[in-house]
Design a protein around this ligand. Structure first.
Ligand SMILES: C[S@@+](CC[C@H](N)C(=O)[O-])C[C@H]1O[C@@H](n2cnc3c(N)ncnc32)[C@H](O)[C@@H]1O
Length: 337
């Protein structure tokens, strides 16, 4: 637990020694599969988080600006529906979208606390320091952790007036999980919701594949650098000897599954030693390592996933061009008892 000086801020970190082992185990599983793959959460060290913020500013990357616009249009309504005074944001990143919801809570007179949770310590600490200054009187309780493993450590809602909570999972992050796992993650998140709380879920939508593919292949090459950052993480954290320049960025839309795949393709045969695991991994020339899927949704797919996770769709918001969707979900009244 790290109290930051002179402010109503607390940051708890649940990623310590055991986190290295999680990365190690994921690498051991992922790089010994017949088709190599790693989970996208490992992109996000401080550099990875910085690169993601740069991706969000690329002209081809429509999701961030579109989701922000939807939230700006709907924040007042979202806050009115919950009376919430607290925002718990999972995979918070730079917290830019949180500001829109926090502004609406401030305008409604309910704002009390913001809880950003992210695997990236740098973003949680930066968000905590900045937001506590920008929202006088609001407490910030940051959680450095993995929302697949550490939701039990999220501080409970403190009840009372404005005690209802909005839980947000934005940026299409839920699409990074394959369909079954995705429903499991949503079910765990559902366990955080009280009867009046709402989940705000941001999902990128199925659309013209060219628009989608351009977003993941920006002309400036930022997404390519973000993708290769994973290899730098492995070199640093697990004493691996990847040569990141020997891998090229690949991103394409899989029309059958309706998701984007990001991969790293070995441009020549290479033999990589993961020192900490005493593991040697061979890549044939042209062999690919899958680093991310990013599922695209329809309103029906979101509703089905929510239902499978024990939630019900309460409201569906989208932009005029139907590029991105934001849903409000709740625990069904019967289940909330
Ligand atoms: C696609 S970015 C979205 C960032 C921000 N919410 C936005 O909408 O722009 C995903 C964020 O979730 C975080 N993240 C990914 N997997 C996570 C996990 N399992 N637990 C906690 N944070 C995670 C990353 O560090 C990153 O900040």
């Amino acid at each position: 637990m790290t109290p930051l000086p002179d402010a109503p801020i607390q940051v708890d970190s649940w990623l310590s020694g055991d986190e290295e082992r999680t990365l190690a185990n994921d690498v051991l599983d992922g790089l010994t599969k017949p088709f190599k793959e790693l989970a996208p959460k490992h992109f996000y060290d401080a550099r990875g988080s910085e690169l993601f913020e740069q991706i969000c500013e690329q002209p081809e990357y429509y999701p961030t600006r579109t989701e922000l616009a939807i939230l700006r249009d709907r924040a007042t309504e979202i806050v009115e529906r919950t009376g919430a005074g607290e925002l718990l944001e999972l995979g918070a990143g730079a917290s830019d979208k949180a500001r829109v919801l926090l502004d609406a809570m401030r305008a409604a007179g309910t704002l009390r606390r913001y809880i950003p949770l992210d695997v990236s310590q740098s973003v949680v600490e930066a968000a905590a320091r900045t937001l506590v200054d920008d929202y006088p009187g609001m407490a910030v309780h940051g959680v450095v952790g993995d929302f697949e493993r550490h939701l039990a450590h999220v501080p409970p809602a403190d009840g009372g007036v404005g005690g209802n909570r909005i839980v947000a999972l934005l940026g299409g992050t839920i699409g990074n999980f394959p369909p079954g796992t995705r429903r499991g993650v949503l079910a765990k998140i559902a366990g955080l919701l009280g009867p009046e709380d709402r989940l705000v879920l941001g999902t990128d939508l199925v659309k013209d594949p060219q628009v989608i593919e351009a977003a993941y292949n920006d002309a400036a090459g930022v997404t390519a650098e973000f993708n290769r950052n994973l290899l730098h993480v492995l070199n640093r954290e697990l004493d691996a000897d990847f040569q990141p320049d020997a891998f090229e960025h690949v991103a394409f839309y899989d029309r059958r599954h309706e998701w984007v795949e990001m991969r790293l393709r070995a441009t020549r045969a290479c033999s990589v030693l993961i020192g900490d695991l005493d593991l040697r991994v061979e890549f044939a020339a042209g062999e690919e390592l899958r680093t991310e899927i990013s599922a695209k949704f329809t309103a029906e797919r979101v509703a089905a996933d929510l239902e499978a996770a024990g939630l019900e769709l309460d409201a569906w918001f989208t932009d005029e061009a139907q590029l991105f969707g934001a849903s409000l979900a709740r625990v069904p009244a019967a289940a909330a008892g």
